[in-house]
Design a protein around this ligand. Sequence first.
Ligand code: ADP
Length: 481
Amino acid sequence: MPNSIKILFLSAEVAPFAKTGGLGDIGGSLPKALADMGHEVRVVMPAYKNIEEGYPGVELVPGQLDVPTGDGVIPCGAYEGKLPGSEVPITFIAEWQLFKRDTIYGYWDDAYRFAFFSRAALQLTIAWDWKPDIVHAHDWHTAPALTWLATAGQTDERFRGIASVFTIHNLAHQGKTNWHIFDYLGIQTFSLAEEAYEEVNFMARGIYHATLVNTVSPTYAREIMTPEGGAGLDTLLRHREYDLHGILNGLDYDSWNPAVDSRLPYRFSEDRLGERLKNRRALQRHAGLPVKDDIPLVAIISRLDWQKGMDIMGHTLHQLMNGYAGDAQFIVLGTGEQRYEDMFANIASYHSDKMAAILSYNAGLAPLIYAGSDMFVMPSLFEPCGLGQLIAMRYGSVPVVRATGGLADTVQDSITGFMFYDYSWESFWQALARAIYIYNVDKVSWQQIQRNGMMADFSWKRSALGYQQLYEWALARTRGV
Ligand code: ADP
């Protein structure tokens, strides 16, 4: 058993307190898995409006925290609680003018908001008299902590010798801002090649200053080192090639378990696939489709945007609905760009007897779709990790995916799902037709593929082992042991 590591875990999102995507999931699940392995984890996030207005189990900490900045000392407050279902402490930095707003992101001063948060979170460790071994920062919002640690922080013994890990969840959002932010943080530094004159790019800074860097799948780690996938940072990422790792996200197996999921009308497991058929019928009824047991039911649950492969979806769907692979049904649950919503609505209007377009966000319906569909499609253009395919496999819906990012790392062609490579509707269609062929002619193989997916291990425990290894490497690098 490795030594217990003290980890300061910084994230703009931690489920269930605040979540817009995978970042929130990792924030809610990974610290618990690390604590279960014997590590001492303290999570810090901003106190958004829902915390300021009173959140069950979260208490205001008496007193104030004085945060030194280039503009003088700025006081703030803190709330404290525990990650649900655990003893992992979480602290919320409270500065109502910065964080008590209607949404998490989207303001002109976002860079200042998260720079203040990052600096305040480091200052908390002084108030606690607790020196972390590792600062683990997620995405650009918490990268200012790593820049400060690597520069101004080095003048203070209390911050020297701390290793850092920076996790990239979404390279598209880079936190670009003005150089004044460094005056505000009290930092002297030089410009990176990735930064234009007077510009600061916090995503680039995180990659540059962290002891080690990772992203949420091995394939995505390789893809972002290419000009096509690097969002302008591929040169910097290649520069750090030997320090850049890929660790798959896990799935929260407590929330996503078909054997005990109370949101399902019929619960099932890999040795009770018969029960699954009843969910399928319930889904067909719910979606207003004819209840038929003998034709493939294909589904997608997704944000409807270009990243998710919507530009190769329409033609494939047209083929499917026009019977090019025999009779089939299709259900889409999703919201997003108007043009893609219109596309699904139009095709559904021609084929209302076999297709349902549910163009909304409906977390209550999603489990039934995973549990009742036969195939789950994800033709993504890029996909850092992807959660949909993991849930689909767990619920016995066979994923048909493009081999990119985390999809390439989690789905095995003809073993747990079906895969295609080219970003074209023809390749997508071939993979889907291949899946439908097996479904129609070889039920034994089909059920084996379903079972293989249901038994695959994508738990957080597995991911946490990867992070533990990364922390140990980062510590060895920093301390030279
Ligand atoms: P991303 O985080 O890029 O949107 P992921 O595949 O990692 O993609 O995660 C998407 C998650 O959001 C999945 O759990 C999926 O079931 C859920 N989801 C997406 N759209 C909807 C929707 N319209 N209704 C319900 N759940 C949705």
